[in-house]
Unconditional design. Structure first.
Length: 320
């Protein structure tokens, strides 16, 4: 019986990037008629960070956009991103109860110049108000219905995150709120800045706010990655259709969904080599194996993770 229940769960899991909300906070004020403008990207591939005027990033390579993310692009390795950058023009959106997905996605859309509201997003991604659990594909579908493009991937890295930010794209990440306690739960934040000198990621958070002077709430690289790892380092980026070639160039091998799963698999295997008792890495291993069609191996990985006692009691809320 246990195995059949788990097998049924696995049928739904490849679609899963479950993005659930948190605590009640102040209601969002209605959007003003004039939204924060999206910074204009330069017409070439040259990326200009908004911090550190002395830092000159290397240009992104020219690349012909593919039609869909399912195609395999020509991959040209990128040089290291500039040592610090920040996306300007972000607008903080507070969430309602269990509404972090809607709030975070609204922030991404506002940055693109969308003139809607958080409530419109919430109705679009959670049409049944009692079901506040949101999958990545639901968010992508809503973004594309507004005339934009979006891609969701797992196995994210700080390098990919920093390049997206340096290129002017805030990134929605699924990560942990209240780590280490009974109130452990999933949450969504917008990564919108970083600084290699201080090893800091800056984020807009629908519960915790946007930090001093609206410059982003700081998380150390180590802290950010530890909060990100339990959700297989899942991330979503939204962008105008004409920017697809840029996104493809930045994501490189992660653009292709199958190659992305292989990279996530390698990442989980490396973490398990360092710590065979890492239950999150073991579950991430199962997710990658299932995506690659290796169901029997995935079941073994899931059963080991679930039987380890190392997963929070809410963990499976976010895995369907």
């Amino acid at each position: 019986m246990k195995r059949s229940i788990l097998a049924a769960l696995l049928i739904l899991l490849p679609l899963a990037v479950t993005l659930a909300g948190l605590l009640p906070v102040a209601a969002q004020a209605p959007p003003t008629a004039t939204l924060d403008p999206r910074p204009t990207l330069p017409p070439t591939w040259t990326l200009t960070p908004t911090w550190l005027p002395t830092a000159t990033p290397s240009p992104l390579p020219s690349i012909t956009p593919s039609i869909t993310p399912s195609l395999t692009p020509s991959v040209v390795p990128l040089p290291p991103p500039p040592e610090a950058a920040r996306v300007e023009g972000m607008r903080l959106v507070w969430q309602e109860y269990n509404g972090c997905a809607a709030a975070a996605l609204t922030m991404l859309l506002y940055y693109q110049g969308w003139n809607g509201s958080r409530d419109t997003v919430a109705r679009g991604i959670t049409p049944n108000g009692a079901d506040v659990s949101v999958r990545g594909i639901e968010m992508v579908s809503f973004v594309e219905a507004q005339g934009y493009k979006a891609v969701v991937r797992s196995g994210g890295t700080l390098d990919v995150l920093r390049w997206l930010i340096a290129a002017g794209y805030p990134v929605l990440v699924e990560n942990v709120y209240n780590p280490g306690g009974e109130d452990w739960m999933g949450h969504n934040r917008i990564a919108m800045g970083y600084d290699d000198r201080t090893q800091t990621i800056y984020a807009f958070d629908s519960v915790l706010g946007n930090g001093a002077h609206g410059a982003g709430r700081p998380f150390s690289y180590a802290e950010f990655d530890a909060l990100w790892q339990p959700f297989n380092r899942t991330y979503l980026v939204a962008y105008p259709p004409e920017d697809e070639g840029r996104i493809q160039a930045i994501l490189g091998p992660h653009w292709n969904a199958t190659e992305n799963a292989r990279l996530a698999l390698a990442e989980a295997q490396a973490e398990l080599a360092r710590d065979p008792n890492d239950a999150f890495a073991r579950f991430n291993l199962g997710t990658a194996l299932l995506t690659l069609g290796r169901a029997d191996e995935a079941i073994a990985a899931f059963e080991t993770a679930l039987g380890s006692g190392g997963l929070p009691w809410r963990y499976l809320w976010y895995q369907f």
